[in-house]
Design a protein around this ligand. Structure first.
Ligand code: NI
Length: 193
């Protein structure tokens, strides 16, 4: 009897240790305290979207274009699963898809594209200058690549990371293309606690 109690005590101790392990963020962390650069872009409904207006919410940002053959649809399918996984907490999260191809991505086309993945996803656009200023601030690469023998004329090479700005407006994390959506979801849920 004594032995069994002893064993249970050890089990309890081990469980307690496991529970006390600090959560390890899955994304690539920026040094603490980096304030995310302010920007104002335009939603597909024509409303301004200013980063500083999102305080108190987590902002996930991805850059791409609607005619992207692979990287963007894959990431937006992940975005959909993240938003679904968040349930009621989606109100505390803004997932934005910022176009790198404003020439072809009209607000209408962009809006239709993102809402096909999830109704809460936000498409953002701007003038080429506004977008370039924002890309420079965040180190986003976006460049036209001519396509030969294609009606599309060109495709875009672009940065394929997801960036996370926390509730205090700090640039906290980024995720390489192909990061499992559960990892991003867990980080977001942790930061929302
Ligand atoms: Ni893409």
């Amino acid at each position: 009897m004594l032995k069994k109690a002893h064993w249970l005590l050890w089990l309890g101790f081990i469980l307690l240790l496991a529970a006390c392990q600090p959560y390890q963020l899955k994304g690539t962390e920026y040094p603490e305290g980096i304030q995310a650069e302010e920007f104002t872009l335009t939603t597909t409904e024509g409303r301004p979207f200013r980063l500083s207006d999102q305080r108190g919410k987590i902002v996930l940002m991805f850059f791409g274009f609607t005619s992207c053959p692979d990287v963007c649809p894959t990431t937006l399918a992940e975005a959909k699963r993240i938003m679904e996984g968040l349930g009621d907490e989606t109100e505390n999260v803004r997932f934005v898809f910022i176009t790198v191809d404003p020439e072809r991505d009209t607000p209408e086309r962009l809006g239709q594209y993102v809402s096909n993945f999830h109704p809460e996803l936000i498409g953002l656009t701007g003038t080429p200058e506004e977008l370039q200023t924002m890309f420079d601030a965040y180190g986003i690469y976006a460049a036209k690549v001519p396509l030969e023998d294609s009606a599309a004329e060109y495709t875009m090479d672009h940065t394929a990371r997801v960036f996370l700005v926390d509730q205090d407006g700090r640039l906290r994390l980024s995720y390489a293309f192909g990061t499992p959506d559960e990892d991003i979801l867990q980080d977001v849920q942790y930061l929302l606690r």
